[in-house]
Design a protein around this ligand. Structure first.
Ligand SMILES: *Cc1c(COP(=O)(O)O)cnc(C)c1O
Length: 460
């Protein structure tokens, strides 16, 4: 254990979990149409579906809940949250939202002033892309090429490709670019970090072209800790100072607080100093999320978030957080399971195309491994591959993902390393039978977002 840090907390409340028998798991999976999204969580032993809103709160947060001031307007809870966000970001205006996509639906249409305007991001998160498109905009991704080299030991695979960014701006014309969104960490690229050097360059390019910069910062604290670990000159800076440097390089901060806010529900909009933008967000937040001092959250939610935001910047917490992902990644690699390396901030991505190369992409190799992992150990993971990608809207053909990933997403402060050892053991077992596994075919497929509700049968 010398190479990994220990949990900086002890457990004082537990939620029992249970591993149902293999025969029951087989029955439940069949009833779920071979789609773990359709399982009941009570039938899951270790749930690695997502790190969103699934973490554990501290006793300080549970204590803060009792302080919640449930006033419709101007509650004490709001002012405590506002003070915490201002202290962390240095921004002037704060509006809560019910979660990340709530913040997006309020803020993004204020940037996309005309239909057909472009938004450029390292990689847009799915809901961010959806809200860009709903607002009439077009989303362009612009991540560095190192991102796609799974085994390449590169410290900041979430970075923008700066040359490509300049080309896109020149090609589409600066007056047609609504915003540049820096997604930190880069969720869709495996939670890979973005360096401050890269963010500084992006900011410079944006300034030169008069384009606003947005931080999509669900995992900004994890990103700041990666910078401390990996970027030259930041070894001795505090994570709080590094986080502030990140915020200095943007105009607007949108956050799903279900991640680095360490709460089960919540979101944030923070605006550096643009009063017009603040007014525009105030106008939209009322019909969509709620009055601007609660934005869809209760007073107690805001108090828990005010405390969680600060805890997520504590360095012993962050060190353990990133180490636990690295630990699981190292165990899997040692057992011969191909993963994205180095591991990112919130999940381990497993290359299932390499585990069962005999299964064609349109029979969903990562979904097959996902099901096998449930059968093996009652573990729920999630497919991030061709099933998630869907079909071409014109030809209706299945699109082929670059990689058939299985994501093992680790909730914050929730599972122990014993659980992760068990996950690694189960997946190593499953991967050994990879070359013998067969694919899946649809029994039901919904026209959009099919991965959530699809039903399958195994191909004989
Ligand atoms: C989760 C997430 C969102 C959306 O937030 P929700 O709270 O799920 O609505 C947006 N951007 C990024 C980078 C995320 O990880």
């Amino acid at each position: 254990m010398k190479n990994y840090s220990l949990p900086p907390f002890k457990i004082k409340m537990v939620e029992p979990i249970k591993l149902i028998s293999k025969a029951e798991r087989e029955k439940k999976l069949e009833q779920a149409g071979f789609n773990p999204f359709r399982l009941k969580s009570e039938d899951v032993f270790i749930d690695l579906l997502t790190d969103s809103g699934t973490g554990a709160m501290s006793h300080f947060q549970w204590g803060a809940l009792m302080m919640g001031d449930e006033a419709y307007a101007g509650s004490r809870s709001f002012y405590r949250l506002e003070a915490a966000v201002k202290e962390i970001t240095g921004y002037k205006y704060v509006i809560p939202a019910h979660q990340g996509r709530g913040a997006e639906q309020v803020a993004l249409p204020n940037l996309i002033k005309r239909p057909g305007m472009y938004v450029i991001s390292n990689i847009h998160f799915d809901t961010t892309r959806a809200h860009v498109e709903l607002a009439g905009g077009r989303a362009i991704d612009c991540v560095c090429k190192e991102c796609f080299d799974l085994e390449l030991d590169y410290p900041f695979k979430g970075n923008f490709d700066l040359l490509k960014l300049k080309e896109i701006i020149a090609d589409k014309k600066k007056e047609n670019i609504a915003a540049i969104i820096m997604t930190i960490t880069n969720n869709s690229a495996g939670g890979q970090p973005v360096s401050l050097e890269n963010m500084r360059e992006v900011n410079k390019i944006a300034r030169e072209n008069g384009i606003p910069v947005v931080i999509d910062g669900a995992r900004y604290a994890e990103n700041a800790y990666f910078i401390k670990l990996r970027e030259k000159g930041y070894e001795n800076k505090s994570v709080k100072d590094i986080a502030r440097e990140q915020f200095d390089l943007a105009d607007l901060f949108l956050m799903s607080s279900k991640k680095d806010g360490l709460v089960n529900i919540g979101g944030l909009i923070a605006i550096k100093d643009n009063e017009e933008m603040f007014r525009a967000c105030q106008v939209r937040v009322i019909p969509m999320e709620g009055f601007p001092t609660y934005g869809g959250l209760s007073g107690r939610d805001m108090d828990a978030l005010a405390v969680g935001l600060k805890e997520a910047l504590e360095e012993d917490y962050l060190q353990y957080r990133l180490d636990e992902i690295r630990y699981l990644g190292d165990k899997l690699r040692a057992g011969g399971v191909p993963i994205q390396y180095p591991t990112g901030g919130h999940a381990v991505f497993v290359d299932c195309g390499a585990i069962c190369p005999q299964i064609p992409f349109n029979q969903f190799p990562a979904q097959v491994i996902c099901n096998e992992l449930y059968l093996e150990g009652g573990i729920r993971a999630v497919e991030i591959g061709s099933l998630l990608l869907g079909r071409d809207p014109d030809t209706h053909e299945n699109l082929r993902a670059d990689k058939e990933f299985l994501r093992l997403t680790i909730p914050r402060r929730t599972y122990t390393l014993e659980h992760l050892n068990y996950v690694a053991e189960c997946l190593i077992e499953v991967s050994k039978r990879g070359p013998k596994l067969k694919g899946l075919e649809f029994v039901y497929e919904s026209p959009i977002l099919r991965h959530f509700t699809a039903e399958f049968k195994p191909i004989k």
